[in-house]
Write a protein that binds this ligand. Structure first.
Ligand SMILES: *Cc1c(COP(=O)(O)O)cnc(C)c1O
Ligand code: SF4
Length: 447
């Protein structure tokens, strides 16, 4: 385990410093241009570990982790690229570049309306910031110091948080209010800290959010969950970072209260589990009594291949991880670049599922986090000659809809729930008329 024990210092690689980093000379001129231009619109951040150990530079630009973290030309439309590239490359004034970048960002969504109006719980008539309560048992909390990541995924729809659009700021440092809310809600069993990535916080900040959840009046909180990509992008967080030991002791403390500490690990590709440090992080986390679950979306260019998923689940299960959700990529951001037809996502799920033992088959999906709930694609069939998708809700705003199969008209090109229509009149109750709330569902990609 010598390699894993060697201290590595975290170095962010961003738009500001990439041209001075060793990475720059590994990029062709075209890729350099794409990085310069696209990173004006979409946030870009990677780090020395991702670059040195996860990306295979002989395989760029196709390498999955390169696609996952480096801006690509195709993430903007031809028109968008043609509009902004000459400004960036020609050294246009900053205000002009920013104005065009902001307009393109608006075109890419997301729209804040839903986030601000739905799922925001109230305490004594006052709306709670940084808290979402959509499904009965689970409350989400967005700690304000945990709203960035060790690297940014190019498909991520939370990027307005990273570029600091103020009306999209959605975080809180008021854990006391969260505790008051939870005391009055005995139906809640799970608290999920999310972001961004809460594991970017130092151990002291993290403890300030976690320890109050172990206090009096909260015996009904059985599971503390932390959504994180650090296990993949910066496993040193749990091994060699200065306060790695404090983080692990915090996990032990939660477990000692009789609760489950569940890391909702965001793993997109098996290479993220291939390094000694990533495996050592898993061992140390599990050594505290915590569990790690695996979840992520199917993303074109990154993991749209059943073999990739089968290997991810197989390796994960061997290391003691629990396959949990496979998601459909959300309908925001550079979605055209990443999205896949629902039928293709379902085929990938099915083929991958078929290649692993039962220990890997508890993974659920493919699931779309839509306004009315988490909609699973159960399959494609035909009812009295009508081709249909069979769907069900794994989670729903209206709990009475959960796990009842229903049908949508088959559509070979549909990529999201809002493009589907009820197949039969009896399916209408499953298709909510309510507005789509993009930020509703921040979570499931979790981190
Ligand atoms: C996915 C999600 C959860 C967690 O759901 P589980 O099925 O318990 O993992 C909680 N809240 C929201 C809003 C979600 O999207
Ligand atoms: S929030 Fe998750 S998906 Fe988004 S950039 Fe961070 S790690 Fe990636």
């Amino acid at each position: 385990m010598v390699g894993a024990e060697t201290k590595t210092k975290y170095q962010a690689i961003t738009r500001e410093n990439i041209a001075r980093s060793a990475v720059w000379s590994r990029l062709s001129r075209d890729l350099q241009e794409a990085v310069r231009v696209v990173s004006v619109v979409l946030p870009f951040r990677t780090n020395n570990y991702v670059v040195d150990e996860l990306i295979d530079w002989d395989r760029i630009p196709e390498d999955p982790i390169f696609q996952l973290t480096f801006p690509q030309r195709g993430m903007l439309s031809e028109d968008q690229y043609a509009e902004i590239a000459p400004l960036v490359l020609g050294g246009a004034p900053q205000e002009q570049v920013t104005a065009v970048a902001n307009r393109i960002r608006l075109d890419l969504g997301p729209h804040p309306a839903g986030q601000l109006t739905h799922n925001r719980p109230y305490l004594d008539g006052e709306r709670l910031d940084g808290v979402q309560h959509k499904y009965r048992e689970t409350v989400l909390f967005f700690p304000s110091q945990g709203q960035t990541c060790h690297a940014y995924c190019t498909f991520c729809f939370r990027w307005p948080q990273f570029i600091g659009v103020p009306e999209l700021k959605f975080a809180s440092n008021d854990v006391d209010k969260l505790v008051c809310y939870l005391r009055r809600h005995p139906e809640v069993t799970d608290v999920l800290l999310t972001g961004g990535d809460p594991m970017v916080m130092n151990a002291r900040h993290l403890a300030a959010y976690v320890e109050p959840l172990l206090g009096p009046g909260l015996d009904h909180i059985l599971n503390i969950r932390i959504g994180t990509k650090a296990v993949a992008y910066w496993p040193h967080r749990f091994v060699t970072d200065r306060d790695a030991g404090d983080v692990l002791r915090l996990f032990e403390k939660v477990v000692a209260t009789g609760r489950q500490l569940a890391l909702m690990g965001h793993y997109s590709h098996p290479v993220e589990l291939s390094t000694p440090i990533a495996q050592e992080a898993v061992r140390r986390i599990r050594g505290t009594g915590a569990n790690i679950r695996m979840q992520s979306p199917v993303v074109r260019h990154v993991n749209d291949d059943p073999d990739v998923w089968a290997e991810l689940w197989r390796t994960g299960v061997r290391l003691g991880l629990i396959p949990y959700y496979m998601f459909v990529e959300r309908d925001t951001g550079p979605r055209r670049y990443f999205e896949l037809p629902l039928v293709r996502v379902w085929e990938i799920y099915r083929e991958a599922y078929n290649r692993v033992s039962g220990l890997g088959r508890n993974v659920r999906g493919p699931s779309m986090s839509a306004f009315p709930g988490k909609v699973r694609i159960l399959g494609v069939t035909s009812v009295h000659g009508t081709p249909v998708f069979i769907l069900d809700y794994l989670q729903a705003r209206k709990p009475e809809l959960v796990r009842i199969p229903f049908f949508a008209k088959y559509d070979s090109r549909a990529t999201w729930f809002d493009e589907l229509e009820p197949a039969f009149p009896s399916d209408r109750p499953f298709f909510s008329e309510q507005p789509r709330a993009v930020f509703d569902n921040l979570i499931e990609l979790t981190a």
